[in-house]
Design a protein around this ligand. Structure first.
Ligand code: HEC
Length: 267
């Protein structure tokens, strides 16, 4: 039974029911795949691809990027403080709490925004959200400090629910010349092959960003969303803007309960 609550006159499922429905759909489609394997995305579905992935992860070609991120993370702001002084728990085991809804501002705050807020609060210029050499590598290291934490997105107020619903709307909205939504591929066609790529299920997709495509090109979650929108010939939203932040909030919620592992290889 789904719990249906009325919001603004339309029937809307509670987030936990959305997730339960999607989970049971994938459990049928991918019978026998352990829940924690969903974070492997496309590699959870093919043994040869998974072992190729594990070979690469044994000695990742992008270690240099993570090292550069570590240097940025450790470099003191002019104020003398660091990111670790600024974030909760010294920045450890927290990434799975992001994005979160900030009631005072009535908006979603992503992990990248939290890093930029540390910079601003300490008198430093903010990084661009699409800059691989700064924000990109910084997240490659900073998110790895939360490896093993389980995704823990909370939707605990009407404001949070409204942002979640907006993200959900964008996820299911058909766009572009191909008239596909995110769900067309990552729900309805998950496990199917498209242009030589096995499409990953939406559940588990948020656990491992940034990814290194081809082993060398860093993509944050929103950069990957951009790529998918371009593939269906839709005009991508702005990286770091409200549409993508709300979409990321909904999308991350779908991975709740799954273990994080940042900075992984993807094709
Ligand atoms: C035409 C089909 C298609 C559509 C539509 C599409 N994607 Fe994708 N997406 C792919 C393919 C193919 C890949 C690469 C294989 C994989 O990892 O699933 C991918 C990869 C991803 C990944 C990376 C998964 C990982 O583990 O590395 C994320 C996240 C993602 N898509 C999110 C989205 C979102 C959000 C939308 C809607 C804005 C969207 N996609 C729309 C086909 C699509």
């Amino acid at each position: 039974m789904l719990a249906i609550v009325a919001v603004g006159g339309t029937a809307v499922a509670a987030p936990k029911d959305d997730l339960a429905t999607m989970r049971s759909r994938f459990e049928q489609r991918f019978a026998g795949v352990p829940a924690d394997d969903y974070g492997f995305g496309t590699f959870m579905l093919n043994r040869a691809a998974r072992s190729h992935y594990e070979d690469i992860m044994a000695f990742p070609p992008f270690l240099g990027d993570i090292e550069r991120g570590k240097t940025l993370w450790e470099t003191r702001f002019r104020s003398g403080r660091t990111y670790a002084d600024c974030l909760p728990a010294g920045g450890r085991m927290i990434a799975g709490n992001y994005p979160y809804y900030q009631p005072a501002e009535d908006r979603v705050v992503t992990f990248e925004m939290a890093l930029n807020r540390c910079r601003a609060a300490n008198g430093e210029a903010e990084y661009r959200y699409d800059d691989r050499a700064t924000m990109g590598v910084l997240t490659a290291y900073a998110r790895s400090l939360s490896d093993g934490m389980r995704m823990n997105i909370s939707i605990d107020s009407d404001g949070a629910k409204a942002r979640y619903e907006d993200g959900k709307r964008l996820f299911y909205r058909r766009i572009g010349q191909m008239n596909f939504s995110c769900a067309t591929c990552h729900v309805n066609n998950a496990g199917n092959v498209m242009r030589m790529e096995t499409i990953s299920p939406a559940i588990g997709q948020a656990t491992h960003f940034p990814i290194f495509r081809g082993g060398d090109t860093l993509y944050t979650a929103q950069m990957r969303f951009t790529r998918c929108m371009e593939q269906v010939r839709a005009q991508p939203f702005a990286i770091g803007g409200e549409d993508f932040n709300n979409l990321e909030y909904f999308h991350a919620y779908l991975s709740n309960g799954l273990p994080l592992q940042a900075s992984v290889y993807r094709r």
